[in-house]
Design a protein around this ligand. Sequence first.
Ligand SMILES: C[S@@+](CC[C@H](N)C(=O)[O-])C[C@H]1O[C@@H](n2cnc3c(N)ncnc32)[C@H](O)[C@@H]1O
Length: 449
Amino acid sequence: MKNSKKVLKRDKETKEAQIEIENIVWGGKGIGRIDGKVYFIPKSVPQDRLLIKVTKEKKDYGYGEIVKIIYPSPYRVSPLCKDFKRCGGCQIQMMNYKLQVESKEKMAKEILRRWLNKAKFNSLLAMENPFEYRHSGEFHIKWMGEKCLCGFYEGESHKVVDFENCYLFPKGFNSKIKGIKNFVYRKKIEGISSFNLSSGENEEGYIATFLVGENDFDLKDFENIQKEVDLNGVVVKSKNGVEILRKGECFLTYTIKKREELLPEEIKFKVDVESFTQANFQINAELVYEVLRLANLSSNETVLELFSGAGNFTLPLAMKCKEVTAVEKCEKAIEDSKFNANLNSLHNVKHLKGDVKEQIRKLISTSEKYDLVLLDPPRGGAYEIIEGIAAFNPKRVLYISCNLPTLERDLRRLNEFGFFAEEFSFFDLFPHTYGVETAVLLRSKNDKN
Ligand SMILES: C[S@@+](CC[C@H](N)C(=O)[O-])C[C@H]1O[C@@H](n2cnc3c(N)ncnc32)[C@H](O)[C@@H]1O
């Protein structure tokens, strides 16, 4: 980058300064330097020259916000969304998509720099159309006097941004959000704090799950929402997670199509709205194929899969190996996974319902061994179970992660137990956000392959 090393002038009184943005970091903020010190600037683009106001100073770094764009980056674009400035649903819609992809790759390489010279890094798989890719989202509702706000939170706050249209979702999805919002507004239903809206692949069937507080509410209203907005199903839950109402068909469906040399038959999924599904069906399918390629299973091998959900990886893996043992704590997800195994005539899956730590402890006591351990933990990662994974003495570990910093920490831990990162693949599951999905294959020092 041309000017990134240049010391930029700073006005101490107003705490305003000029800065040139170098790249984005985890969280989506751009970074630049003033007198060698790093500053994090939201909604800035690599190669922007900005006038910023310093909002927070720490000893080694600081935060700022844009006062003026002095020279816009050549990669700066007008975001489609008119609420982008405030809404926390996206962080980088003002970057052209090609640069988003390059910047995410650069960010991933920076976070995983320890492994750069030791492992193969594949390019990040981008989307052809980086809009209208999501099939599921969580929307907050807040009453401000007579006004009902509905949308995502502002970045780093709990203020609800009442967006008009979210371009990450298909048009049909947006009209369902509007339908729900209008109903809630007209009927003045004040007890809802948020709702999740999900649909199956190709927008087949919409299901809404409403989270309600202590306030009085009339369950009849939710039955009427279902009819008026034409939803396949409606669930009402209290804030402590207890289901109060379930009406209609509360599941979604998707398919992973067969792919030559990787997946010999297509796999159908039917998943309860309470179970986890990846929010981007198209890139999820690519992730599944890549998992199969990296796993490179032979028909006599066994797999232990941790955090297995409704069987998204379990069933494709089962098609390629002797047996998969799948561990998952969500009751609905385990039921789905069993149902989907039968639906696809896969009878070589053992399902264990419970906490992974507890199930690992039980499996170790039976001296079970596995050729491959696959794990796909939530964003907090899996640090505390790595010692347990090593106890199975697997030849390979395949780690799927939605959080690069916790992945990096866990890879160091796996390394301490003799597992070496061999190949990384990256996926743009969430265009316009800083998110990167990663699949990394590790090999045990004991594997002679
Ligand atoms: C990121 S999702 C992955 C699910 C699945 N692999 C997929 O691709 O759809 C993580 C899953 O881990 C489950 N989970 C979270 N914490 C768990 C724990 N401590 N023990 C077992 N399962 C857990 C969640 O219910 C969720 O289904």
